[in-house]
Design a protein around this ligand. Structure first.
Ligand code: NAP
Length: 293
């Protein structure tokens, strides 16, 4: 860590509630220092009633920008001056740039998803895809699939099927796509839907540390060797769901590439510099393995 801060040191904030679990301060401060950017990144625990004043403070105090996490990703939109295309369609913002007094909202989760799936694009285009979950990250997943990967069909499986239906109706209208099917998350019935999918994406919290023995399904027939299975969870590095998919021959991908890639895109928006992603991935994996016991 640097010895001292000077009058020109700039500030980027992270707002959310709760905020203590976030790895973003680790990632961003490491990158700022590695790239010699005179700036620090600090988390602020902001409750809902202080959201508006915290956004006003970005301008009053001259912050370079913000990362935004739960529960403010949607509600912050009304306080911003402009939205990027993906933030506007996804309906959520995770990055704000203070562009000379104008606040612009972006959703860099979409970049994280693109970077993760791009090596498999040829295998995904025109095939059946299943998204498990219907929360905020599922919105970014569905936007990215429709915009960049053109699947033949998208199944949405969720514990609360009504939320899956809401998502289907929203994207059918917004992105003019009518090949959706929704299902309730209920493992014995889901095996056939999963096994017929070339790509399966978990965007729920099932299997996340410390509940690492939880899994969406324990039916081996859900998986096969032609599949790509992507779990957004990055702690643990490989969830039980991914381990099972891998045992059946599927290509299993964890959420670390997405985590670092979305952070790298935010970093670039604020600083115009490239994050040293390989070095930071290694540092973060070491850090998580030491702090997750
Ligand atoms: P969210 O908006 O709160 O959505 C949570 C989803 O999980 C909902 O679909 C919810 O179903 C489902 N769910 C929660 N508990 C469940 C349970 N016990 N059984 C069945 N379903 C359950 O959360 P989010 O922001 O989308 O994040 C979801 C996951 O993605 C988290 O693990 C997060 O760490 C990960 N993520 C990773 C990255 C990355 O960079 N790698 C980025 C964003 C998110 P209901 O609708 O029925 O409540």
């Amino acid at each position: 860590m640097r010895d001292s801060f000077f009058a020109n040191t700039e500030l980027i904030g992270l707002i959310g509630h709760p905020i203590k679990h976030s790895y973003s301060p680790f990632i961003q401060n490491y990158a700022l220092e590695a790239m010699g950017v005179d700036c620090v990144y600090l988390p602020f625990d902001v409750v809902a009633e202080n959201l508006k004043s915290s956004v006003t403070s970005v301008l009053a105090l001259g912050l370079k920008g913000l990362n935004v996490t739960l529960p403010h990703k949607e509600k912050i939109i009304k306080y911003l001056d402009e939205l990027s295309e993906e933030a506007s369609i996804i309906g959520a913002v995770n990055t704000v740039v203070n562009d000379h007094g104008k606040l612009i909202g972006y959703n860099t989760d979409a970049n994280g998803i693109i970077e993760t799936l791009l090596p498999f694009k040829d295998k995904i285009v025109g095939t059946k895809v299943t998204v498990i979950g219907a929360g905020g990250s599922a919105r970014a997943v569905i936007y990215t699939l429709l915009r960049y990967f053109k699947p033949e069909e998208i199944n949405i499986i969720n514990r609360t099927q009504q939320r899956a239906d809401t998502l289907m109706n929203y994207f059918s209208m917004k992105m003019r796509y009518d090949s959706f099917h929704t299902f309730e998350l209920f493992p014995p019935d889901n095996a056939k839907v999963l096994s017929n999918s070339r790509l399966i994406i978990n965007s729920t919290t099932i299997g996340m540390f410390p509940e690492i023995e939880d899994t969406i399904t324990d039916i081996e027939e859900s998986f096969n060797e032609d599949q790509i299975v992507f779990d957004l969870i990055y702690n643990p590095k490989k969830t039980k769901f991914l381990r099972m998919a891998e045992e059946q021959g599927a290509k299993a991908i964890g959420g670390m590439t997405m985590l670092i890639s979305q952070a790298a895109k935010s970093f670039q928006l604020w600083t115009e510099a490239e994050m040293p992603v390989v070095e930071i991935t290694k540092k973060l994996e070491d850090y998580i393995s030491k702090n997750s016991r």
